[in-house]
Write a protein that binds this ligand. Structure first.
Ligand SMILES: Nc1nc2c(c(=O)[nH]1)N[C@H]1C(S)=C(S)[C@@H](COP(=O)(O)O)O[C@H]1N2
Ligand SMILES: [Mo]
Length: 263
């Protein structure tokens, strides 16, 4: 049998593309045996077969990789177990000081005015009324000591308190058959999450850090805290929440970070 070697792809650094694809697989294909198999066996032909993209330029490689990433969102959604809790820790293990991170430096942290603040609620909900901070503080609160994991290579344990997000969704009459919840932030950050994660018992509309009102650097007046998701999925300075079936993307997600972003 004679084997034909594929002609080289014009303008495509195939080694770099393949190592990027392998890294992506390593991060996003969660089953170890499958991950090992894909990392060993992935070729440019395989990448195009997997994704149904014909690959003849760097742009095509990008398209193929983002198609894999969107596929992995679906798979991660299937694998996500709504009853599985992220680990919790004793208060003695809290990281001090807890790190700050944002797409800008700490000197540029947004100051949100407490008195005029209102949380806007729109989309597939029965009650589109805006919420004030005192109204949110009047709801039953819960604490958690959990680990925040950032893809930039650090993790830290912190203590957040606030309203269980599932309870908030119930109060606003959210259509829980909708696919997405989107978040708009006071600093122009934005992200969105899947409904099962929104309803997860550890997903918190966090109003406090360390028992005190959330300081500006950690997202005053509120952030969404999800110990089942990576740091970039946890929006700070939330000013609007919307329930939708239209994919809303996110600040980093639109630049290639995986959308599901489970930890
Ligand atoms: N509004 C807003 N939320 C954000 C970000 C941001 O830049 N703006 N960065 C995200 C990232 S990448 C991380 S790791 C965490 C950092 O949260 P921390 O400052 O509480 O550690 O916030 C996430 N949420
Ligand atoms: Mo992050």
């Amino acid at each position: 049998m004679k084997l034909f070697k594929r002609p080289p792809l014009i303008g495509v650094d195939s080694d770099a593309a393949l190592s990027e694809a392998r890294a992506l697989m390593a991060r996003h294909v969660t089953q170890p045996s499958r991950r090992a198999f894909m990392q060993r066996s992935l070729t440019m032909g395989g990448l195009s077969m997997l994704t149904g993209c014909s690959i003849s330029s760097n742009a095509d490689v990008e398209t193929a990789l983002s198609r894999i990433s969107r596929f992995n969102d679906t798979v991660q959604g299937w694998l996500f177990d709504p009853n599985k809790m992220a680990p919790t820790y004793p208060e003695s293990m809290i990281t001090r000081p807890f790190p700050f991170n944002a797409y800008y430096g700490e000197s540029e942290v947004r100051e949100v005015d407490e008195a005029s603040y209102k949380l806007e609620v729109t989309g597939m909900v029965a009650d589109k009324r805006s919420w004030t901070l005192p109204e949110l503080r009047a709801m039953a609160q819960q604490d958690q000591v959990t680990r925040h994991i950032c893809v930039e290579g650090w993790s830290a344990i912190g203590k957040w308190g606030g309203v269980p997000f599932s309870e908030f969704l119930r109060r606003i009459g959210a259509d829980t058959s909708a696919k997405y919840i989107g978040f708009k932030c006071a600093d122009d950050y934005y992200t969105s999450i899947d409904m099962p994660t929104a309803l997860h018992a550890q997903t918190l509309l966090a109003l406090t850090y360390g028992g005190q009102p959330l300081p500006p650097k950690y997202g005053f007046p509120m952030k969404l805290r999800m110990p089942t998701k990576l740091g970039y999925k946890n929006p700070k300075h939330i000013k609007a929440i919307f329930v939708t079936n239209t994919y809303p993307g996110g600040f980093w997600e639109d630049q290639g970070y995986n959308w599901f972003g489970g930890s």
